[in-house]
Write a new protein. Structure first.
Length: 393
């Protein structure tokens, strides 16, 4: 059996909304449907009935994104009912996992045309209550937020594995000697690059605003200063270095990509943005989840026969500045100038299930703009995983 080449024809995303912000009133299944519909509309030569499957990442799944948000998106987007949909969950890596699974199906000949993406509404993530062991409990019942982090943790897990995500970032800062000043400077640069990219129109070709919502660009990008960031209190340790200013915010958003083989490419009548070369996933101790991409990136590059010097662009998800700086410290052969050239998640936002698809789409668009090169998308994943994807043009 021959392995088929897999191409990314197009990629779109919503502007990323802040927690409780402009997109907070929009259901996650509607956000997902919006990017699916927008993606299909941008390739009018493709008969939507030719889409073999729709893969969507979603990290929560406890609210309006329940059951199978990918299938809901297909139906809400008005695609033919013959188009199926599957939802995947690798927490923060869910959107990229969806892209990888769709690419694998095409490479193996199980599909010719697929849509892959991700969605998250952290604003609309519900509170949940466990079922009582017996009916009609007289005592109060505990309510859990599903917005972010551990919930209903299994007591069999070692306590050091289940620390808050921000404490995990503090552990990485300790390990690599990363200072508060370095983290704040990294955050400021993320905002600067993102604001500059928007001002130059670099996101115009991939961002599709949601109708009826006044949000033309990513909502969390802001002007700040070292002095302003220095005034923020540590969020996880009284003497710590991780703050709201040097961590990614809570967000809402969706992203989607159109993937095809050679036959599918002819059906679109379009030139592809990029070709998928390789992917990799790895595991690490859960409390050090932020360093998950370190080995995943090395593994994906090796599979593609590439090294850091070959990279034209590298989209690394910025869950925390400390986490990103920790990864960069372990890649001495990487030129930092190719990392997140248009800003990262600290500025743009991190809607969990959508972020990986956003990163993959960003790399594809950047490679198309450059005309040639090799790009990489990678994320750390809660509970200790790393995920990476290599593209080329």
């Amino acid at each position: 059996m021959s392995i088929r080449d897999v191409y990314i024809v197009d990629a779109v995303r919503t502007p990323i909304g802040k927690f409780g912000g402009a997109l907070a009133a929009v259901r996650p299944d509607d956000l997902a449907a919006h990017v699916v519909r927008s993606l299909v509309d941008r390739t009018p030569e493709l008969d939507p009935a030719r889409i073999d499957d729709v893969y969507f990442g979603d990290a929560n799944g406890a609210g309006e994104d329940n059951r199978d948000v990918a299938r809901m998106a297909v139906l809400l987007a008005g695609l033919p009912v013959s188009v199926p949909g599957v939802t995947v969950n690798r927490l923060c890596g869910s959107g990229l996992e969806a892209v990888i699974q769709a690419a694998r199906a095409i490479a193996l000949g199980d599909a010719s045309v697929a849509v892959a993406g991700g969605v998250e509404s952290m604003s609309r993530a519900p509170w949940v209550v466990q079922k009582p062991e017996r009916a009609f409990p007289a005592a109060h019942q505990q309510m859990f937020s599903t917005t972010l982090g551990w919930r209903m943790t299994n007591p069999k897990l070692p306590a050091e594995w289940t620390v808050p995500l921000g404490e995990g970032a503090e552990l990485i800062a300790d390990r690599h000697g990363i200072t508060r000043e370095q983290q704040d400077a990294f955050a400021l640069e993320s905002h600067r690059k993102a604001a500059e990219a928007w001002a130059k129109g670099l996101y115009d070709g991939e961002v599709v605003p949601y109708a009826g919502v006044e949000l033309a660009r990513d909502e969390c990008i802001r002007e700040s200063s070292p002095e302003a960031l220095a005034r923020l209190k540590p969020a996880f340790r009284t003497d710590g270095s991780v703050t709201a200013g040097n961590a990614s915010p809570l967000n809402d958003g969706a992203a989607a990509l159109l993937l095809v083989d050679e036959d599918g490419l002819r059906a679109t009548g379009r030139e592809p943005l990029a070709r998928i070369r390789s992917s990799a996933v790895t595991g690490i101790e859960p409390q050090l989840f932020g360093l998950g991409p370190v080995e995943a990136v090395r593994k994906a590059l090796a599979k593609a026969g590439k090294d850091f010097g070959d990279l034209t662009t590298f989209e690394l998800n910025e869950a925390f500045a400390a986490q990103s700086l920790g990864c960069l410290a372990e890649w001495p052969g990487l030129d930092p100038a190719v990392v997140n050239p248009r800003g990262g998640a600290i500025a743009i936002g991190h809607p969990l299930g959508a972020s990986g698809a956003r990163l993959a789409g960003a790399v594809a668009h950047q490679l198309a703009a450059a005309g040639s090169g090799t790009g990489l998308a990678a994320l750390c994943v809660g509970v200790g995983q790393g995920l990476a994807l290599v593209l080329e043009r």
